[in-house]
Design a protein around this ligand. Structure first.
Ligand code: DGJ
Length: 717
């Protein structure tokens, strides 16, 4: 038996054991070469892992195939479940066979298992990276054409297959959505058969999120809740189309295939080429329920993914809901002056500042300042914003073009298109083919100049439509399908290059709100515009779904005007602020029309947020009560890592019968400590706050909300 602490190996049984802080993952390469799943759960010694049988089951009759339990289910032999790897060789053969071809450990936390096919020139490498401190195990697959002739078509190439331990039943939690209604959490029994979650849009999508949360139960219970129980989860680090296939068999086995690309997308490998899938991040939490799982995801994203986890995100102003496309030097300067007076730290001018843009019909692609609105360019506005003491941000949409633009008139071949088919316009725009190196070069060129020449501190990178007619007729190798992957890789690499060119630049991810959020986006951006819906009550629901996986410090939210532009609902300013304060606070209303009393209240609430944002942005999140029912209290709580401070935000949209809600039981506080409620001055024993609860003293009016800041008091020793 050999290996480092994170990765151990028993050569006699070809068993591998991957160990994290609180979990273990075990697999075994069978004698005939197939990589088999053994364990994904609590801690095991290598000897214990060696004793365990593989988790798959063989066929019970001639009518059934192999059950679940391979590390990457392939097409071939008597396997009838959904394949994670399906190949087509030049002679029409589809089946793949496994032959072990050695392993490598390029570093103590990474394991590469190599396999060849018994006849065809395809090398498959299964990659495992152990993030021992956060319990995340990263999985991916690399496929190499090792021959000298012909193409090998990868009909499906997922990153990995995962298997859960056998239980009587399973439950699936995932997020569904629409534009302006993103990340709505759904939690339902997992149906038998195959359940496919997917995006075919070319982006991560508004409709579904590339992550799942699974819990399991049997006669003894075992189901998780917000605070207790075992949970398994996976999130795909990919910003284009994707597919997650859950396979739940009638003998209660569960596997999951996950990878980039949707059903119609293939990869054609030529001799010498390698296709490496994106990473699938997997996470098991042995206890702590859905809340514990979320905190584990947040910890991983904070420590291993986000570019500047140590920073505290500033209070932002965004012009979109106030001035729409009609931005000018004058109206932006007026808004900036108001924003600065309220304590805003970052002023972002949204859509409308460039080319012939005055509405959504024209201008995308022509990234020079609109001559009427900014006759002397952007510098006067940037300088004014800086003079007011704020950072300066700009909206861009680099992957898009309006047919009514200089760019499109010059380069109609730069957009995704099929010959003999109309080019479907959505929002009067077409998608530039970022897979083309010349398009990516052009985008990087104007973006980096824009930032340098105008002293831009912040970019909001938007993308306002999905792909259609996703063709590339003059792709030099005749393999236009690769645009589904290469567009996304180019989007990532332009972001990476911009960050490298301008180390102080910070970037907001946006795709018509939350249409492109995933771990790969979070690795390259600093915060996310998670929805165009700024209704404070709807936002609580969207934020609840978002924070299942992603941390609050990436979740941008604005306080906007009423009636709300999306819903027509009028919610008081204080509730709107409290809703937006649960992430990265921003403002998006027309401040020039706010009444003096509103401006005063806003100034106070911004100051209040600044006093607690280190807890919200760097603390651990406890979801105390879910949102949804307007007559019920909903609440979240944040606790600093050392538990010295905690913040509670609570909302009660429509109290029933004028009755106050029951005291709110808090979490995450060491029971023997005491906390002062800075709102009331009262001193509380933590045990009472967690067992009896905190009286919120909400007024018995509609749209009641509160923010409570608790600070630990050192008892005299
Ligand atoms: C969609 C974004 O989500 C909005 O915030 C805004 O930037 C518009 N696009 C601008 O066109």
């Amino acid at each position: 038996m050999s290996g480092s602490a994170a990765i151990a190996h028993d050569p006699a049984t070809r068993t591998w054991l991957l160990t994290t802080r609180a979990t273990c993952y075990a697999l075994r390469v069978a004698e005939h070469g197939v990589p088999l799943h053994v364990h994904w759960g609590g801690p095991l010694s290598l000897a214990q892992a060696v004793e365990l049988p593989p988790s798959g089951v063989g066929p019970r009759s001639s009518f059934e195939g192999f059950g679940i339990g391979e590390e990457l289910t392939v097409d071939g032999g008597n396997r009838y479940g959904p394949p994670a790897l399906r190949v087509r060789f030049a002679d029409g053969t589809r089946a793949l066979t496994w032959q072990a071809a050695g392993h490598e450990q390029p570093d103590p936390a990474t394991l590469l298992l190599h396999f060849t096919d018994s006849h065809y020139p395809l090398r498959t490498t299964l990659g495992y990276r152990v993030h021992a401190g956060t319990d995340v195990i990263e999985r991916w697959t690399a496929l190499t054409h090792t021959g000298t002739a012909d193409e090998i078509v990868l009909v499906r190439a997922d990153s990995a297959t995962l298997s859960l331990p056998p239980r009587d039943d399973y439950r699936l939690s995932h997020a569904v959505g629409l534009w302006a209604a993103e990340t709505q959490l759904k939690r339902d029994p997992l149906p038998f058969g195959e359940t496919v979650l997917t995006s075919r849009t070319g982006t991560t999508s508004h409709q579904a999120q590339p992550w799942v949360i699974l819990d399991a139960g049997d006669a003894d219970g075992g189901w998780a809740d917000e605070t207790h129980g075992q949970v398994w989860s996976a999130a795909l680090a990919w910003s284009g189309s994707w597919q997650l296939t859950l396979h739940h068999t009638p003998d209660n086995r569960l596997s999951l295939n996950a990878g980039a690309g949707h059903d119609a997308v293939t990869v054609a490998l030529r001799p010498g080429e390698t296709h490496t899938t994106p990473s699938l991040l997997t996470l098991h939490t042995p206890d702590g329920g859905f809340g514990g799982l979320s905190r584990a995801w947040h910890a991983h994203l904070r420590t291993a993914v986000l570019p500047h986890p140590e920073e505290t995100r500033p209070v932002l102003y965004n012009s979109w809901e106030a001035t729409g496309f009609s931005v000018t030097l004058e109206n932006q300067s007026r808004l900036a002056a108001h924003a600065a007076a309220l304590g805003v730290e970052l002023f972002v001018m949204d859509d409308g500042w460039f080319g012939g843009r005055r509405d959504d019909h024209a201008g995308l692609g022509d990234w020079t300042p609109h001559p009427g609105a900014f006759p002397d360019g952007l510098r006067p506005l940037a300088d004014e914003v800086h003079r007011l003491g704020m950072a300066f941000g700009l909206w861009v949409e680099p992957e898009m073009v309006n047919p009514d633009s200089e760019l499109y008139r010059a380069r109609p071949d730069w957009v995704l298109h099929f010959p003999h088919r109309d080019r479907t316009e959505l929002r009067h725009q077409l998608v530039l083919n970022f897979a083309r190196p010349d398009v990516a070069e052009w985008a990087h060129g104007w973006l980096t100049r824009l930032v340098a020449e105008n002293d831009v501190d912040y970019l909001k990178w938007d993308m306002n439509r999905p792909f259609s007619e996703a063709g590339w007729p003059d792709e030099p190798s005749g393999r236009s399908d690769r645009l589904w992957f290469d567009h996304v890789r180019s989007y990532h690499s332009v972001l990476d290059r911009l960050r490298a060119d301008h180390p102080r630049l910070r970037i907001e991810a946006c795709s018509g709100g939350g249409g492109r959020v995933d771990p790969a986006v979070l690795a390259r951006t600093d915060q996310v515009w998670i929805s165009d819906n700024t209704d404070a009550a709807d936002r609580l629901v969207i934020q609840h779904g978002y924070t299942q996986i992603y941390p609050a410090r990436t979740m941008a939210a604005w306080v906007t005007d009423v009636p709300n532009q999306q819903t027509g609902r009028s919610i008081p300013l204080r509730f709107r602020f409290h809703s937006a304060m649960s992430g990265v606070l921003g403002l998006g209303g027309d401040l020039t029309r706010w009444q003096p009393a509103e401006l005063k209240e806003a100034e106070q609430l911004i100051a209040e947020y600044k006093a607690v944002r280190h807890v919200i942005q760097h603390g651990e999140l406890f979801r105390l009560r879910p949102p949804g029912d307007l007559q019920a209290l909903s609440a979240v709580q944040y606790v600093t890592p050392d538990a010295s401070e905690s913040v509670v935000l609570a909302w009660l949209p429509q109290p029933r019968f004028g009755l106050p809600p029951a005291p709110l039981r808090l979490s995450g506080l060491p029971p023997e400590s005491r906390y002062r409620d800075l709102r009331t001055g009262a001193l509380h024993h933590a045990r009472n706050l967690t067992e009896r609860g905190l009286d919120l003293a909400l007024p018995p009016t509609d749209w009641a909300s509160t923010l409570v800041h608790l600070v630990r008091v050192q008892d005299p020793s």
